[in-house]
Ligand binder design. Structure first.
Ligand code: PLP
Length: 429
């Protein structure tokens, strides 16, 4: 029998993996003279080595050409956002006309709701998951109030029905059916940030549409993590950020999807000059004529320095492709799960679904106990021990550590290092 727990085995898995690691294409933070085992790509992805060169090109153009940089060369600023359009479309399973990189996630969510949350007296409600990321909850509650409705009754938060905060498809189906006639919008995560649960985007969209509601997704934890098929899933809109699994740097320019069937639609929107059709934008006329598709929602000329690292990151996704990356992700996270079951079952409870198709790369781990400590106390102590030893996850109150093996740069050896460090902590007791 192979010993899952041997270092030799972990190294052999890395050496034999069909997708060799792209770890050397990233800058890996050091801790105590060695590379970190960095499992926080769900929060801030690591810096691709290519990012600096893309930024320096922009700085150089600014230095030497100044305003002419808008119009010169392949990477001219005038059409810079178009450089990421096709790779982004491939990444999320969309047509190029359906995606744009702009603003930040929460800003895009508001812009999308201006167009796709059109409440009426009979149909005023938004449905989201209980325990949604605070920014999403603030955004939807403020939109409900903005339209003169009451979040106490018209923001419907459905409770998870499975242990660990997971949702069954049945619970989602029942909630959408129960509230259907009152629903203006269903907003759902692609992957829930706290539990790591992944959802069936196509099925949820169909349920919302069957009730006459619009359907949008927050893909902050889905993009670069799952294989997405946004066009075929028929979602009305989606928003995401690029600093998590997309490795494009703190506060990176975000992403937005608007389905092609809305590309030419005369939807109400908050408009800006960069959303005006490109051909006549610089005629500077008073009449707003939207660019077809997602680009029609742009407000301002984009921050070019902010977009530059996204190009470096998308180069890597283009090179590997989501199917191969997801394959590797399933192997890495599967290995993490197997090791936890084998060695840490009394210390860590896995909150994330066990079915691979119901999760991305992240496992959310509730700290049960260890070293005579329980719950929150044990959790904090374990988290601090890991961090002090160069194994970085992230901490969610009251007692959860999230570990996200990112398949572009994490390895089986990283995963083993995490498990061994938990054992060291437990045995220090
Ligand atoms: C990371 C994250 C955000 C962050 O919003 P920003 O506008 O990028 O600051 C919002 N929602 C979810 C679900 C997230 O995971």
């Amino acid at each position: 029998m192979t010993d899952l727990y041997s270092e030799q085995h972990a190294l052999a898995l890395d050496a034999a993996d069909p997708l060799p690691t792209l770890r050397d294409r990233f800058l890996i933070p050091q801790h105590g003279g060695r590379e970190m085992a960095y499992f926080v790509g769900n929060s801030l992805g690591l810096q691709p080595r290519g990012a600096r060169a893309h930024i320096e090109v922009v700085l150089g153009k600014w230095e030497h050409e100044a305003v002419e940089g808008h119009f010169s060369g392949d990477a001219q600023w005038m059409s810079y956002h178009e450089l990421v359009r096709e790779p982004l479309a491939r990444l999320v399973g969309a047509k190029p006309v359906e995606v744009v990189a702009m603003n930040s996630l929460t800003a895009n969510l508001h812009l999308m709701m201006v167009s796709f949350y059109r409440p009426t007296r009979e149909r005023p409600a938004i449905l989201i998951e209980a325990g949604a990321f605070p920014s999403d909850r603030h955004a939807v509650a403020s939109q409900v109030a903005f339209h003169g409705f009451d979040p106490a009754t018209d923001l419907i938060e459905i409770e998870p029905d499975e242990p660990g905060g997971r949702f069954s498809m049945g619970a989602i189906e029942r909630a959408i059916a129960e509230h259907g006639p009152r629903l203006a919008l269903v907003l759902w995560p692609g992957v829930q940030y706290r539990t790591g649960q992944a959802f069936d985007i196509k099925a949820i969209t169909a349920l919302a549409h069957a009730q006459g509601a619009a359907c949008g997704f927050d893909l902050a934890h889905g993009v670069g993590n799952l294989e997405l098929a946004l066009h075929d899933s028929n979602v009305d809109f989606a928003v995401w950020c690029h600093y998590k699994y997309l490795n494009s740097g703190p506060g990176a320019v975000a992403g937005c999807f608007v389905h092609e069937r809305h590309a030419q639609a005369d939807l109400p929107r908050f408009a800006g000059w960069w959303g005006h059709e490109a051909a006549t934008r610089f005629k500077m006329g008073p009449q707003f004529v939207p660019s077809p598709g997602a680009e029609g929602w742009q407000l301002s000329n984009p921050p070019i320095l902010g977009l530059a690292p996204l190009r470096a990151s998308l180069d890597l996704f283009e090179e590997v492709g989501m199917p191969a990356l997801r394959g590797k992700s399933l192997r890495l996270t599967g290995y993490l799960e197997a090791l936890i079951r084998l060695r840490l079952a009394e210390t860590l409870e896995i909150l994330t679904p066990v079915e691979p198709e119901r999760r991305g790369c992240q496992l959310s781990l509730r700290v049960i106990g260890g070293r005579g400590l329980r719950g929150r106390e044990a959790g904090r102590a374990l988290f601090d021990h890991l961090a002090a030893n160069g194994v970085l996850g992230d901490w969610r109150e009251p007692d959860v550590i999230r570990i996200s093996p990112a398949p572009l740069y994490n390895t089986h050896a990283d995963v083993l290092r995490f498990v061994r460090e938990v054992e060291v902590w437990r045995e220090l007791g």
